[in-house]
Design a protein. Sequence first.
Length: 311
Amino acid sequence: MLKSRLFAVEAFMSDTPKTSSDDSLSRFIFDGADIRGEIVTLADSYAAVLANNPAPAAVQQLLGEFLAAAALLSSTLKFDGIITLQAQGDGPVPVIMAECNHHHGLRGTVRPPEAGFSDGLTGDLGDLIGQGVLAITIDPDKGERYQGVVPLDKPTLAACLEAYFAQSEQLGTRIWLEADQGRAAGLLIQALPTQLAASIEDNQAQWDTVIALATTVTQNELLSLDHSSNLYRLFNEMQVRVFEPATLQFQCTCSEQRSLSALAQIGREECEEILSEQGVINIDCQFCNQHYAFGAAQIRALFEDSPPTMH
């Protein structure tokens, strides 16, 4: 069971030293209101992803926003599995994606165009990705895979995700995402099914108040303040119950077995063609740059058949 603590103005006026909130996600709810929230800050996990994704600063910062968003959305997983955000378009950044699993393991990648990234590439989501779509995929370890898709017709990733929640989840949701060269961070506020508020009008009034307060958060505050300080600055007039934070870390799930499974998917005939041309099949993980090489004997064992005929 998650432990929580209730704070109000007095709780933040103590002399308790503030601790870093790097690489952690804090969930919170508003006592007396049907509203929940999450706040996340990434540092080392973000740096590990950037180390495997050399790109212009604007592209890396967009990747940071994707990582922060994946972390925020991972709390919706009520089962063992992975949530993935992937944007694909016709702009100078063809594909960018991030995912987070139920163990709070994060990874992400950005695919450059064939000619490589242009020097000095700048811009917002639309400038970088161009016309395209954002896919949100929930992939449970057991059960059916679910995917929702929304057009990239908003200026920011946060706005596109808000449109996704309005369309598929029908839940009032506001999201703030920020990233620089050292940190990525995010804040999510979401309405819950009416349980506590006395009326629809009261519920709406509470929502309007919380959103008005949350909207005052600045880029610098979201990236530099610890979670307690941010939540106090934003919501010190309300009572907020904060749950014990979850620690996030870079984690790649690639392995030799997963790579072999991918080869099994493309089939024996294509594998034979690659072996015939190259003598070995090379696979590089797009997330962590791990290299896997498979010779004829491993491919033969994979398909449990007679040795392939080499031409």
